[in-house]
Design a protein around this ligand. Sequence first.
Ligand SMILES: *Cc1c(COP(=O)(O)O)cnc(C)c1O
Length: 389
Amino acid sequence: MTPRPGKGPSTVGVHSGSPDPRSDAPVVVPVYQSSTFYGGDGAGGDLLYTRYGNNPNQEEVASKVAALEWMEDAVPLASGMAATAMTLLALTRTGDHIVASEHLYGATKKLIGTELTKRGVTADFVNPEVSREWRSAIRPNTRVLFLELPTNPTLRVFDPRPLAELARQEGILLVADTTFATPVNVRARDLGIDVVIHSATKYLGGHSDLIAGVVAGERTVMGEVREMLKMYGPALDPHACWLLSRGIKTLGVRMARHNENGLTVARWLESQEGVRNVLYPGLPSHPDHQLASEILSGFGGMVSLVLEGGGRAADAFTAALRLALRAPSLGGVETLVSQPRHTSHVDQSTAERESIGIPDGFVRISLGIEDSDDLISDFDQALGHARSA
Ligand SMILES: *Cc1c(COP(=O)(O)O)cnc(C)c1O
């Protein structure tokens, strides 16, 4: 991949959106815990109001994310789901149609397949691997193609480039949720993605202490998302913005460590007795390894594995962990371990889960930034429990 012009993601993460340096000014943008602003009454200027997304803390996050994504503009929102919902509300109206990958975060799938349907926006879900399926699902009223990269929890990587080409031909938009990859590991815009969504709750925040979302894209599209924000109201609180901005400053170093821990632990797990298989895009055994090596600059901190011995072994494994924490969610500095059959995919039957590559015995690990030797000793002793379960 050719290096892109301009500054790297760590520099951008630290400096973008900072106030111009001047004497006596704080180096760090303080928390503007204020709903409204003097002179922001709209007379001769913009109406300044925290629900409008133009509080200085919201603007700092917006400019960091826009710069990281090489997009014109970005909008911080109260959660990843708020980001997805406001984006899709902005881009569709009654009678419109969405074509989405069938590998989606549960709530996103429900929003597109059930909730928007009630509002007259229909959708088709396709196997993202087959370009032909996307093409044939497109109708004259299709407005959006929606993809996740990589997918949860099977960590599949599907190529957005043919979809971007398709979207361009049709004059519609390719929207992608790249929460798992982050702007450090994937250059969404270089792949032709028009609108990028992040659950900033995960890697962008990075410390498991806030709920936030962000969407980035062209200025006109972001203007429409802001209109939705004004009416539906899921503004990101200034204090959460401040924490998020602080998190983004270390995104580059954290992702380097997540990538390193991911590869080290995945390789180690692959050679362990009692582990049926390991899913990690950085392993040559992964179905999308070639593509992932081409379009990602790091393979991330998410590793999934399937244990011999099914659900019993997986329960024993997670119960025995001493350092890694048994908890849902991902992307924080601490290692979190969960079983999709108890969390994200609890509503599905064993057969349904198996059909999408999540048999009982499936364990998802969000590797933190701890020392990999310590993580490996913990997994090693927990695997002993799994084997004798
Ligand atoms: C967590 C997550 C979401 C939802 O984000 P929230 O911040 O919890 O609303 C959406 N997409 C992906 C891929 C996620 O992991």
